[in-house]
Design a protein. Structure first.
Lengths: 722, 396
C-alpha cells in the first residue's frame, strides 16, 4: 500500500479540519461518484483509491492475458500436441534372422505386458499408488520396479529403467508376464482405470541346434531418450537392436510400427478410432552364420577354456572364428564369456545387470573387439616383409638361442635352438631369432634411431597391408582397429601420452597395492617419459614376432590367413548374406567385397603357404593334428603364444584348409591359457573335424555339420520366394 | 395551504415506503452483475459436469440443480443481511465469529469430511455439505472491521485516527486463529485469501504505512521460514512453484494448469460454444466445475464470454469500492472494503491460475464456481455491501 509520508505525521486535529464536506465532494466528483454523504478521511480515501486503481489493473491484467492466450497463443496451442487425441503404436512384427542354410536364429513369440496411463494416474487422488499396488499384486513385479518404469527419463530422479515415451503414452511397467496372471485386467478393463494390457512380439531365442550366437545376433532394447528424439519412427515402446545383426540391420528388421489415432473419452481409457496405419513387417536377414557350425565352435571354445582351467590357467576369455576364405563370409564366430540374450526380454534384474557389466565383460564381442598380440602367427607378415626386402627364400639363417643387439639379448621363446634354418623351417618350428635378425637388420637399413627419410618400415607396412591396424569393415557395430606401431605412430603417441607418463614417473602409482608392481610401473613410466618417442631396435625385434606394440583382433587374424590361403585377396568380412522382404522377395544380396591384396608375389605366397602346410604335419601343431587326415585335407596353420606382462600367455592358432584348395579359415585365441599348440590348436582341429566330418581319421562330407558339406552358395531356397 | 389532518402518518406506510425505497435504492448494477455471474456459472457448471454424470449413470442436471438452489439460498441470505443491516450485524459480529470458529474446529474433528486431501467439509443431509472456511471469511471481515474501528474511549467516531496498536494486534489475532485452523485442513488458498483481505482492511482503516510495510517484511520472512522448515506439504510447494513452468511436470502438479491453459487457448475469440468445448466436454480439466470453471468459459465462450466474466467481476469490485468510499461510517467503510478485497483477491487468484499467471491454490471463482458455502458467503457479502449502500443513500 502506498502512502504519503507527510500524511503519516498528520495530527488528528488537522485531519478533522480538512475533513469537511467540500473536500469530500471534490474527491467524489473527481472519481465520478454521486455525492456521498459519509465523511471520508484522507488516509482511508487514499487507500480506497489505491484499491480502485488495483481493481482496474487486475481486471486489465486478466483481460490482457486472456486476450493474449486466446488470440495470440491460440494458433500455437492448436499446433501443439493435442492431448485429447492419443496415438497408439501397433508394433510391427520384427523381421527374422536366418542362418546361411535358412534355419531360424531369431524369431518372435507373443509376450504380454502391463501398461499404465500416467495421465489417468496423475488425476487420481492417490496419484496412482493403488494402481501400482494392483499391478504388483497381479504380476509379482515389485512396486519399486513399476514406479521406476513410470518415471520419464527426462526427470531428474529417473533410474536405469525410466520411460522414454511421451507424457500421454502409456508406459509399460510389467514386461512379459503370464497371460493367466493378468486375466482379470484383460477381461474387466473398466475396473482398473489407467491400466492396460497389450500383447507384443518379442524375440524368441531358443532354437535348434542350440547356437547361442549372442554377440553376432545382438538383442533388443528400448531406445534411449535421445534416440527417440532424433528418430521420428521411434517411440517409447519401440524396440531396437542392441549389438550384433539386430543393431547393424535394425533399419531392415524393425519394420514400421502402425499408428492408431484415438480420440479419448472423458475417462481417458479408450475412445473412437480416428485413423489407422497398418504396421509393416520388418524384412528378414539371412546370416552367413551356420547354426550347426556356430554351435560347434561355441562348444569347442568353451571346452578349450575348461581344459585350460583344468590345467591351472585362468583362461579368462577367448574367441574363435570361421571364415569362408573365398568371399569373407563369417560362418561362425564365438566369443567367451558369453551371455543369454533372453535376459533382456523381461527387463534385467540388478544381479543380471551386475554380471553383464562386470569384470568379465561378457557383452564384449572378442572376435571383433579384443585387441591381442598375435605372437608367432604374425611371422607370416615378417616373412613377407623379409622376402620383399631382399632376403632369399632359399637362404639359410641361423637360429641361436638368443639374438644379441648391443648388450641386450632377445631369446627364443617357443622353440629350442636349431641349426641354421630356411625361412620356411623357421615358420614351421617357430624359431624367433631368425625373425629377430631380419627385423634388426631391416631396422638398421632404415637408419636405426635416426630414421632415413626413405625408411621403408617393411614390417609395419606389410602388417597394414595384411589388414592389421585398421577396421576390417565387418557389418557389425563396435569393431576395434587393433594397432600397428611404426615410427610415426610412436611419435604421435608420445606427444599424446608423455605428459601423463612423466607425471607418473614423478609421483609413481600410489593406488597400486603391491609396492613391487607399483615400482615396476613407475620405472616403465620413467623410461617412457625419457625416450618413449624413440623407435628402438627392440621395438622392431619384438614386433617381428607379433609382440610389443602390435595388436590384432581375432577377425583380422582370420582374414589375414584367409587371404594367405585364397591367393592374397583381402575381403571385408560379412555376417549377412542378404535381406529378404516379408513377402520372400530378395531386397539385397551381399556381394564379396575386396578391400585389399597381400603384398606377396605369387612365389613368396606359395612359399609361405607350403611352410604353413607343414606346421600341422611336423611343426608346433603336429600333436594337435595327430590322426587328422592331412593327406586328404591339408591344413595350413601357425601357432602362437603371446607373452603378456604380468599375465599368463595367450594361446593362438590361425589356419586355413584345405590347403590345396582353401575354403575355410579358422582362428582360435584364448587369453591366459598357455601355449598355442597345446590348447588353441586342438580346439581348431576339432572345429575342422566338424566341418569336414572327420571321424576316426576319415573325412566324410555327409558327416559335416554343414548341410551338404559346405555352405550354401546363394540365399537359401527355403526363405526366398521366386 | 390547508391542514388536512393533524394525525402523524401511520407507522406502517412509512415502513412500507422504506422497504419500497430500499428496493428502489439497491445498487442494481452490483446485484445484477453478481446475479449474471451466478447464472453464467451455473450454465458452465452444467456444461462441465453433465458428461461425467451421464457416464456415471447419474442425473446430468445434478450439479446444475444444486447450484441453482445454492444461488437462490444465497440471494435470500444476501437479502436478509441487507435488510437486517450491517449495523445490527456489527452488534452480533462476535457471535458470528464465534460460530465460525466452532465450525472450523468441528471440521477438524472426525465430523469433518476429507476431499482431495483437504478436510474442509461438514456433510449435511440431502447431499449438501458445509464448508466453514468460506463462511469464516465473512465472520473474519465482520469481526476485524469491528476491532479496527474501535477508536478508544474518546470515540471520535470518524476522525482520521489510525487504529491503536493494541487493536491492530487484536485484529491480527482475530484473523490469525481461523487462518491457522484453515491451514490445518490444510487449505492454503483460503488462508491466504483471508490474510490478504485482513491486510487490505488494515490499510483502509488507516494503519500507518510503516506498520503495513513492516508486516509485509515479516510475512516474507515467515514464508521463507515455513518453506525452509518444511511446514508445507510438498504438493503445496509444488503447486506454488509449478505455475512458473507448468511444462516441467506435465502429469504432476502442472497437469491441471496445462489442461486449463490448453482449453482456454483453444477457445479463441468466439469459443466453441456452450456444451461444445472438446477439453471441457472430454473432462480433461480436473476440478473444472470448481477451481477451473474459468477454463470452461475460456474454451466454450471464448475471449468474449470469458472477457465478460472478468468485466462483471470488475463491475462488482468497482461498485464495491464506491460503496466503501461513500460509506456513512468507519465500520461500514472498512467492512465494505474487506468484502471488496476478498472478492478481488479471490477472483484474481482464481482467474490468474486458470490463465497460468498465478500459482494453483484451490480457491473458487466468486459466483461462478460450483459450491454452496462459497455462494452463500458471496451473496452475504453482496448483502453487506448493499446494506452499506442503502444506509449511505438513505442518509442523503
Amino acid at each position: 500500500m502506498t502512502d504519503e509520508p507527510a500524511e503519516a505525521n498528520e495530527s488528528p486535529q488537522r485531519s478533522e479540519i480538512v475533513d469537511d464536506g467540500r473536500e469530500t465532494r471534490e474527491t467524489a466528483v473527481a472519481w465520478g461518484m454521486r455525492r456521498p454523504r459519509g465523511r471520508v478521511t484522507p488516509r482511508s480515501r487514499w487507500r480506497l483509491i489505491v484499491l480502485q486503481v488495483l481493481v482496474i489493473s487486475l481486471v486489465a491484467t486478466l483481460l490482457g492475458r486472456l486476450a493474449w492466450m486466446q488470440v495470440d497463443e491460440g494458433g500455437q496451442a492448436a499446433a501443439a500436441v493435442d492431448s485429447r487425441v492419443r496415438d497408439i503404436a501397433v508394433p510391427a512384427p520384427r523381421g527374422l534372422i536366418y542362418d546361411q542354410a535358412g534355419r531360424v536364429l531369431s524369431t518372435n513369440r507373443p509376450a504380454t505386458d502391463v501398461l499404465v496411463d500416467r495421465a489417468v494416474l496423475a488425476s487420481q487422488p492417490d496419484r496412482g499408488a493403488s494402481v501400482v499396488n494392483t499391478i504388483a499384486d497381479f504380476t509379482g513385479t515389485p512396486a519399486a520396479t513399476i514406479l521406476g518404469r513410470m518415471i520419464s527419463c527426462s526427470e531428474p530422479n529417473a533410474g536405469t529403467e525410466c520411460f522414454t515415451g511421451g507424457p500421454y503414452e502409456p508406459a509399460p511397467v510389467a514386461l512379459d508376464v503370464s497371460v493367466e496372471s493378468v486375466m482379470d485386467l484383460i477381461e474387466n478393463p473398466s475396473r482398473y482405470p489407467g491400466i492396460s494390457v497389450r500383447t507384443r512380439a518379442v524375440r524368441d531365442y531358443n532354437h535348434d541346434p542350440g547356437a547361442n550366437a549372442a554377440h553376432i545376433l545382438g538383442y533388443l532394447g528400448s531406445p534411449t531418450q535421445s534416440e527417440v528424439e532424433s528418430d521420428p519412427t521411434l517411440h517409447g515402446g519401440s524396440l531396437i537392436g542392441r549389438g550384433g545383426i539386430e543393431s547393424a540391420y535394425d533399419d531392415y528388421l524393425r519394420g514400421q510400427d502402425g499408428i492408431q489415432r484415438i480420440s479419448l473419452d472423458r475417462t481417458g481409457i479408450t475412445g473412437d478410432l480416428l485413423s489407422e496405419t497398418t504396421p509393416v513387417t520388418g524384412a528378414s536377414v539371412v546370416s552367413t552364420i551356420d547354426a550347426q557350425l556356430q554351435a560347434t565352435v561355441e562348444k569347442e571354445l568353451a571346452d578349450a577354456v575348461n581344459v585350460a582351467r583344468y590345467r591351472g590357467y585362468p583362461a579368462d576369455s577367448g574367441a574363435a572364428v570361421v571364415l569362408d576364405v573365398t568371399n569373407g563370409d563369417v560362418l561362425a564366430a564365438a566369443s567367451y564369456p558369453t551371455f543369454d540374450r533372453q535376459v533382456f526380454e523381461a527387463g534385467l534384474t540388478d544381479e543380471e545387470y551386475a554380471v553383464l557389466t562386470g569384470d568379465d565383460q561378457p557383452l564384449l564381442d572378442r572376435v571383433i573387439q579384443a585387441e591381442l598380440a598375435p605372437a608367432s602367427t604374425f611371422k607370416v607378415v615378417t616373412a613377407t616383409a623379409a622376402a620383399n626386402s631382399g632376403y632369399s627364400l632359399d637362404g639359410i639363417y641361423p637360429c641361436p638361442p638368443a639374438y644379441n643387439v648391443g648388450n641386450q639379448a632377445f631369446t627364443n621363446y617357443e622353440s629350442a635352438p636349431y641349426p641354421p634354418l630356411t625361412i620356411a623351417e623357421a615358420l614351421v618350428v617357430s624359431c624367433n631369432t631368425v625373425f629377430y635378425k631380419f627385423a634388426a637388420e631391416m631396422y638398421a637399413a632404415d637408419g636405426g634411431l635416426e630414421a632415413k627419410p626413405d625408411a621403408v618400415e617393411a614390417v609395419a607396412n606389410t602388417a597394414k597391408a595384411f589388414g592389421f591396424g585398421s577396421l576390417t569393415g565387418v557389418d557389425l557395430p563396435g569393431e576395434s582397429p587393433g594397432r600397428v606401431t611404426d615410427r610415426a605412430r610412436k611419435l604421435s603417441d608420445y606427444e599424446e601420452l608423455s605428459a601423463a607418463y612423466c607425471e607418473r614417473a614423478e609421483n609413481g602409482y600410489p593406488e597400486e597395492p603391491d609396492p613391487a608392481l607399483a615400482e615396476l610401473y613407475r620405472q616403465y613410466a620413467e623410461e617412457y617419459c625419457r625416450d618413449g618417442d624413440t623407435y628402438r631396435v627392440g621395438d622392431a625385434i619384438n614386433q617381428s614376432v607379433g609382440q610389443g606394440d602390435i595388436l590384432v583382433t581375432p577377425l583380422q587374424l582370420a582374414r589375414a590367413y584367409a587371404a594367405v590361403g585364397n591367393g592374397g585377396t583381402l575381403y571385408a568380412p560379412h555376417l549377412v548374406k542378404g535381406i529378404v522382404g516379408p513377402d520372400g522377395k530378395v531386397i539385397e544380396e551381399t556381394e564379396p567385397e575386396v578391400v585389399g591384396t597381400l603384398p606377396d608375389s605369387p612365389e613368396v605366397l606359395a612359399y609361405i603357404q607350403s611352410a604353413l602346410r607343414d606346421v600341422p604335419v611336423r611343426g608346433t601343431a603336429s600333436s594337435a593334428f595327430a590322426g587328422f587326415p592331412l593327406n586328404d585335407i591339408p591344413v595350413a596353420a601357425k601357432t602362437g603364444t603371446a607373452e603378456v606382462a604380468n599375465k599368463e600367455t595367450t594361446s593362438l592358432f590361425a589356419s586355413y584348409a584345405p590347403a590345396d584348395d582353401p575354403k575355410y579359415a579358422v582362428v582360435v585365441i584364448i587369453t591366459q591359457a598357455g601355449v598355442g599348440g597345446e590348447l588353441s590348436a586342438p580346439a581348431a582341429r576339432k572345429i575342422y573335424d566338424a566341418i569336414f566330418g572327420v571321424v576316426d581319421g576319415q573325412a566324410d562330407p555327409s558327416r559335416s555339420v554343414l548341410v551338404g558339406g559346405a555352405p550354401e552358395a546363394g540365399l537359401p531356397a527355403a526363405v526366398v520366394q521366386p | 395551504m390547508t391542514v388536512t389532518t393533524t394525525a402523524p402518518a401511520p407507522q406502517r406506510p412509512v415502513t412500507r415506503l422504506k422497504l419500497a425505497n430500499d428496493v428502489k435504492r439497491t445498487d442494481f448494477v452490483l446485484v445484477g452483475a453478481a446475479l449474471l455471474l451466478s447464472i453464467i456459472g451455473a450454465a458452465l457448471i452444467f456444461s462441465a459436469t453433465r458428461g461425467k454424470l451421464i457416464a456415471a449413470d447419474q442425473d446430468p442436471r445434478l450439479f446444475l440443480d444444486k447450484q441453482m438452489i445454492n444461488i437462490v439460498i444465497g440471494i435470500i441470505l444476501g437479502w436478509a443481511v441487507s435488510s437486517v443491516g450491517y449495523r445490527t450485524l456489527r452488534a452480533s459480529a462476535w457471535w458470528v465469529y464465534g460460530a465460525a470458529l466452532l465450525l472450523l474446529l468441528l471440521v477438524l474433528t472426525p465430523a469433518g469430511t476429507t476431499l482431495n486431501g483437504i478436510q474442509a467439509w461438514i456433510t449435511l443431509p440431502a447431499g449438501f455439505s458445509l464448508q466453514p472456511s468460506e463462511l469464516a471469511k465473512v465472520a473474519v471481515i465482520l469481526a476485524v472491521a469491528l476491532v479496527l474501528t474501535q477508536l478508544g474511549p474518546s470515540g471520535a467516531a470518524d476522525a482520521d485516527v489510525r487504529p491503536r496498536l493494541r487493536y491492530v494486534l487484536l485484529a491480527l489475532i482475530i484473523a490469525g486463529v481461523p487462518v491457522l485452523l484453515i491451514m490445518m485442513q490444510p487449505d492454503l488458498g483460503t488462508a491466504l485469501v483471508i490474510v490478504a483481505t485482513v491486510f487490505g482492511m488494515l490499510a483502509v482503516s488507516g494503519v500507518s504505512s510503516y506498520v503495513l510495510w513492516g508486516m509485509v517484511a515479516l510475512a516474507g520472512l515467515a514464508a521463507y521460514g515455513v518453506v525452509q522448515l518444511g511446514m508445507l506439504d510438498e504438493y503445496q510447494i509444488d503447486r506454488l512453484l509449478i505455475f512458473m513452468d507448468p511444462e516441467a511436470d506435465p502429469l504432476g502438479a502442472g497437469y491441471n494448469t496445462r489442461m486449463a491453459r490448453l482449453a482456454i487457448a483453444g477457445g479463441g475469440v468466439f469459443g466453441y460454444g456452450l456444451f461444445n468445448g472438446p477439453t471441457t466436454q472430454g473432462g480433461f480439466v480436473p476440478y473444472q466445475q470448481t477451481d477451473f470453471i474459468f477454463s470452461a468459459a475460456g474454451e466454450e465462450l471464448g475471449l468474449i464470454g470469458a472477457g465478460v466474466i472478468i468485466l462483471l467481476v470488475g463491475v462488482i469490485l468497482w461498485r464495491g469500492v464506491r460503496i466503501a468510499l461513500a460509506a456513512p461510517d468507519r465500520y461500514g467503510r472498512v467492512m465494505a472494503a474487506g468484502v471488496v478485497i476478498w472478492l478481488a483477491v479471490q477472483s484474481f487468484e482464481n482467474i490468474g491460475m486458470n490463465l497460468g499467471i498465478m500459482p494453483v491454490t484451490g480457491v473458487p471463482l466468486p459466483f461462478v464456481s460450483y459450491g454452496g458455502s462459497s455462494m452463500f458467503a458471496l451473496w452475504i457479502g453482496v448483502g453487506l455491501l448493499t446494506s452499506v449502500h442503502l444506509r449511505s443513500v438513505r442518509q442523503r
